[in-house]
Design a protein around this ligand. Structure first.
Ligand code: BES
Ligand code: ZN
Length: 590
C-alpha cells in the first residue's frame, strides 16, 4: 500500500493525515472559499511534511507551539504546487488557513440565471480525480483516507449539503451555518459540498433527493426506485455501510452523469426524462459505495479497479432488477463504446491497457471508457471461468477483506490468485491487465432485445427504411445501438427519416441526441445545426461533449464550425469540461 502515487507529492514516510476539521466560509460575490483546516496526523511527526495544493493562497500555518514555517514550490501543470511544512518535533496536530482562487478547478460557481430557479446562486465541488488540492492542502492521493467534520457558512437563506452526515443548522445574523461529520474514512477525491437553494424529499427508509424546489418533485419520481435499488445492491455486495443514500440534482453543466460522493451521489439533471429510462446511471453510482468507496484504487493508474468493478456490479444489479436480456443489451452497447475508444487510441496504444503508467498524464484528459468496459469484460471473463457462484463468493470475500482500504492492481491480482488458484490457467491475466487492446477469448454476450435491433439494421442495409411504430417503443439502449450500428455515413434524407422513426425530433435524451448528431455530422445532415447548438450549450457531460466536438472537427463540412461553436458555449461549462473539449479540439487541429 506504499506504492508511490504519480499524481501526488505525498510522502508517507513523513506522516499520514487521518482526520480533518474544516471551517469553511462561502463567498459568492468574490467566488472564493475561506477555509481554516485542522489536521490530525496518525502519529507525531517531525520535520518536513509535503502536501498537495493548487492555486491556493496559504494565509497561515500553526501548531500548538506557534507558527509553522512553510514554503510553496513552483507549480507543475498537472500536480500543482508542493506545499512543504516544517513541523516542530512531535507535531500531531496543526492548522492551515487558506483561500481558494476564483479559478479553483474543483469548483463551479453558477450565477442565478444558470440555475433551475433563476433566483439564487449555486456552488458545487467535483474533486475526482486530483482537484481536492485546489480547495485545501492535503495528501491528495486515493491511498490516504481520513474522517472529517465541517462547519460551512453561507449567505442567509441558502442551504449547504455535503457528502457527509448533517449534524446541525443555525442562523447567525446574515449567515446560515451548517455542520457535518463524516465518520467513515474517505480518500480526498470523495470530499464534496454544494450550496444553493436546495430542498429535500424522502424516497424510502434510507434514500431521498436534494434539488432546487422547481425540480424536486420530478426528481423524486424519476429516482423513486432507489430504495429497491439499494436493497438489490446489498443482495449482491453485502451490507451498505454508509448509512444513507441520497441524491443531489446538479445543474446541467455538471461534467459527469453522476459522481459517487459517499452518502450523496451528485447526478446530472439530464437524466430526468419523466420516464425513468436513464436511471440505470444511479445503479452505477450506487455500486461505487462498495467498489470505489469501500475498496478504493490506490492511485489513478489503478482506476480500472474502481470503474471496471463498478461496471460489472452494475450489470449484475441491473440483471437482478430488469432481467438478463436488458442487462446484456446494456453490456453490448457499452462494448460498442469501448470499440470506439480503442479504435481512436489505436489497438497498440498504452491508453488501452487496464494498468499503465500515467506519469505526466492529466487524469481528466486521459478519461475514456477503457477502465470501465475493458475492466468489465475482464471481470466477466473471470466470472465465466470461475462459475457464477464461486465468483460471487469471491466477490464478497474481496469486499470484506479490503473494505475501507485502498489497493493497487498488483494487490488485487495476488488476492485473486490466492482465492481462485486455477484462474490463471483459464484467463490470461497478464494480457487483460497489462497489454493493450482486447484479450481473447472475449466473453459472449447475447440478448433478445439486441436481435430486434440487428434485424432492423439488416433491413436498412437491404434498402428498407425502418418504420416508426416498432422502433418508437424501443428502450433507449436499443435506439442507441441502432444508431451505432448503422453505416458510418448515410444519405441525409435517411437521417431525417430515422430522426422521426426514433422520435429524436422531440426527445430530451441527450445520450441519444449525441449518437444521432454524430451520425448527422458524418452524413452531412445539416438541418440539425440548431439542435446541435442547444446540445453544445446544455450538455455538461464532458465525455459526450468532447466526442461530439471531435466529430464536428473531423468532418469537412462542419470543421470550421467547431471552434466558434465551442467559444460561444464555453462560459456556461465547468472548467474541467472546457479544458477537456479545448484539448480535444486542439488535437483535432482546430
Ligand atoms: N466516478 C465517475 C465519474 C468520474 C470519473 C469523475 C473520473 C471524475 C473522474 C462516475 O462514477 C462515473 O463513472 N460516471 C459515469 C456514469 C456512467 C458510467 C453510468 C458518467 O458520468 O458518465
Ligand atoms: Zn463510475
Amino acid at each position: 500500500m506504499s506504492a508511490h502515487d504519480p499524481h501526488s507529492y505525498a510522502d508517507f514516510s513523513q506522516g499520514r493525515i487521518v482526520h480533518l476539521a474544516f471551517d469553511i466560509s462561502v463567498d459568492f460575490s468574490s467566488r472564493v472559499l475561506d477555509i481554516a483546516t485542522q489536521f490530525q496526523l496518525q502519529a507525531p511527526a517531525t520535520g518536513p511534511l509535503h502536501l498537495d495544493s493548487r492555486n491556493l493562497e496559504i494565509l497561515w500555518v500553526r501548531c500548538a507551539g506557534g507558527p509553522v514555517a512553510f514554503e510553496k514550490h513552483a507549480s507543475d501543470p498537472i500536480l500543482g504546487e508542493r506545499l512543504c511544512l516544517q513541523l516542530p518535533a512531535g507535531t500531531e496536530q496543526f492548522s492551515i488557513g487558506c483561500r481558494t482562487s476564483a479559478q479553483a478547478d474543483a469548483l463551479q460557481w453558477l450565477a442565478p440565471q444558470h440555475t433551475a430557479g433563476g433566483a439564487h446562486p449555486f456552488l458545487f465541488s467535483q474533486c475526482q480525480a486530483i482537484h481536492a488540492r485546489s480547495l485545501f492542502p492535503c495528501q491528495d492521493t486515493p491511498s490516504v483516507r481520513f474522517t472529517y467534520e465541517a462547519r460551512v457558512s453561507v449567505p442567509a437563506g441558502l442551504s449547504v449539503v455535503m457528502a457527509a452526515e448533517r449534524t446541525g443548522h443555525d442562523r447567525d445574523g446574515e449567515r446560515d451555518l451548517f455542520t457535518f461529520r463524516m465518520p467513515q474514512p474517505i480518500p480526498s477525491y470523495l470530499f464534496a459540498l454544494a450550496a444553493g437553494d436546495l430542498v429535500f424529499q424522502r424516497i424510502g427508509e434510507r434514500t431521498g433527493v436534494y434539488a432546487e424546489p422547481s425540480v424536486l418533485e420530478a426528481a423524486a419520481w424519476e429516482f423513486g426506485e432507489n430504495e429497491q435499488r439499494l436493497e438489490a445492491a446489498e443482495r449482491l455486495l453485502g451490507p451498505y455501510l454508509w448509512d444513507r443514500y441520497d441524491l443531489l440534482i446538479m445543474p446541467p453543466s455538471f461534467p459527469y452523469g453522476g459522481m459517487e460522493n459517499p452518502r450523496l451521489t451528485f447526478v446530472t439533471p439530464l437524466v430526468i426524462l419523466g420516464d425513468r429510462s436513464r436511471t440505470w446511471l444511479i445503479t452505477h453510482e450506487l455500486a461505487h459505495a462498495w467498489t470505489g468507496n469501500l475498496i478504493t484504487n490506490a492511485t489513478w493508474e489503478d482506476f480500472w479497479l474502481n470503474e471496471g468493478w463498478t461496471t460489472y456490479a452494475d450489470s449484475r444489479i441491473t440483471e437482478a432488477l430488469d432481467g438478463p436480456d436488458f442487462a446484456r443489451l446494456g453490456d453490448l452497447l457499452s462494448v460498442r463504446d469501448l470499440e470506439e475508444d480503442l479504435r481512436s487510441f489505436g489497438l497498440t496504444s498504452e491508453r488501452t491497457c487496464l494498468h499503465a503508467s500515467m506519469r505526466g498524464v492529466d487524469p481528466d484528459q486521459a478519461f475514456s471508457v477503457v477502465p470501465y468496459i475493458k475492466g468489465f469484460l475482464f471481470l466477466l471473463s473471470l466470472e465465466r471461468a470461475a462459475g457464477r457462484q464461486a465468483f460471487d463468493e469471491f466477490l464478497r470475500r474481496y469486499i470484506s477483506a479490503f473494505r475501507f482500504q485502498s489497493i493497487t492492481t498488483e494487490e488485487f491480482l495476488s488476492f485473486l490468485r490466492r482465492e481462485l488458484p486455477d484462474i490463471g490457467a483459464k484467463v490470461d491475466l497478464d494480457a487483460w491487465v497489462y497489454r493493450p487492446g482486447l484479450a481473447e477469448p472475449l466473453p459472449e454476450l447475447s440478448s433478445r432485445l439486441f436481435e430486434q435491433v440487428s434485424l432492423r439494421v439488416a433491413d436498412f442495409s437491404a434498402g428498407h427504411l425502418p418504420k416508426g411504430e416498432e422502433m418508437r417503443k424501443w428502450n433507449p439502449y436499443q435506439k442507441g445501438l441502432f444508431l451505432k450500428m448503422l453505416p458510418e455515413k448515410i444519405a441525409p434524407a435517411d437521417c431525417q427519416q430515422i430522426e422521426r422513426s426514433l422520435g429524436l425530433h422531440e426527445t430530451r435524451d441527450s445520450v441519444l441526441l449525441y449518437e444521432f448528431y454524430r451520425l448527422a455530422i458524418r452524413s452531412g445532415y445539416q438541418e440539425c445545426l440548431p439542435g446541435m447548438e442547444r446540445f453544445a450549450a446544455t450538455v455538461g457531460r464532458h465525455y459526450y461533449l468532447a466526442r461530439f466536438f471531435r466529430c464536428l472537427a473531423e468532418n469537412e463540412w462542419s470543421r470550421d464550425l467547431a471552434r466558434p461553436l465551442f467559444e460561444r458555449v464555453r462560459s456556461g461549462h465547468h472548467p474541467v469540461t472546457a479544458a477537456v473539449v479545448d484539448h480535444m479540439l486542439t488535437q483535432a487541429g482546430v
